[in-house]
Design a protein around this ligand. Sequence first.
Ligand SMILES: *[C@@H]1O[C@H](CO)[C@@H](O)[C@H](O)[C@H]1NC(C)=O
Length: 345
Amino acid sequence: MASLASHKCLLFSLVILGIWVSVSTASRDLSEASMVDRHEKWMAQHGRVYKDAAEKLHRFKIFKANVEYIEAFNSAGVHKYKLGANQFADLTNEEFRASYNGFRPSKSNAAKAADRSSFKYENFTAAPASMDWRTKGAVTPIKNQGECGCCWAFSAVASTEGIHKLSTGKLISLSEQELVDCDTSGEDQGCNGGLMDNAFEFIMKNKGLTTEAKYPYTATDGTCSSKKASTSAATITGYEDVPANNEASLLKAVANQPVSVAIDAGDSDFQLYSSGVFTGECGTELDHGVTAVGYGKASDGTKYWLVKNSWGTSWGEKGYIRMERDVDAEEGLCGIAMQASYPTA
Ligand SMILES: *[C@@H]1O[C@H](CO)[C@@H](O)[C@H](O)[C@H]1NC(C)=O
């Protein structure tokens, strides 16, 4: 009897298992079908076209893995920020790192920075509780560097646009492409990376930059056009480095003007960031140049830096990210306080 009982029990289990398998297979088919559908919709939304069916299948698998990661992350409900299937959702993190950043920290620059110690906001104490340079008309609309590692140009241009507005009252969108094409005699290498401080050096020597309209962005390395670059629309008189690894100093600077900052933007959570206050994971291997255009405190009390990125408006909060401020590490979150600098005018 005992063996029969256990036999029955086994049969029963098999029936249950059979039902469970067929149900879960059906729901897996369903979710696979809906994932295919989501990928199609996402492709249409982002204008993505693949060269053949094999490429499409390859991209679908990456998209699916990313979406599953995003959904598990968001539904865990333990994070202060959310992830989303933005334009980078069909890229592996390795591909993303390889194509979309472009900040190149260099030893010679670090040495140069050490000699240049003046910090005009050293004794500034009147920083308001929050700042948003967008509301003061000192920030141009979000731009998109595309598949060209010239974040350094976008970062330097954004802080230059900011100081130009603050010193002249005029907000003018300036040319990143002029930096990509013409700032080539030093260490800056167009789509292969560069440094904001070197861009400031170029802008000073070049006596300014022309407008975005006169020298439009192409997202590729081009030949310097002296014709397009012939009229300077805005210039700077110098630039200074914010004392490194000190968020209090960074605050003094950002309270006064938009500031170029270098960050480690290589992690997949940064790749897929969608909204909220980003708290990491991230390291301090600086690989991306962006612009701190304000700071504040979220409703739950989390302090943040308001950061303008150059990945279009479909990434993050309409192209911006709020990054946690005043963290325990002196480098700041993702190294934001390590190599900050701003132009003077
Ligand atoms: C800040 O104050 C100190 C002490 O008065 C002074 O020596 C220093 O030059 C000031 N720094 C700036 C940038 O004005």
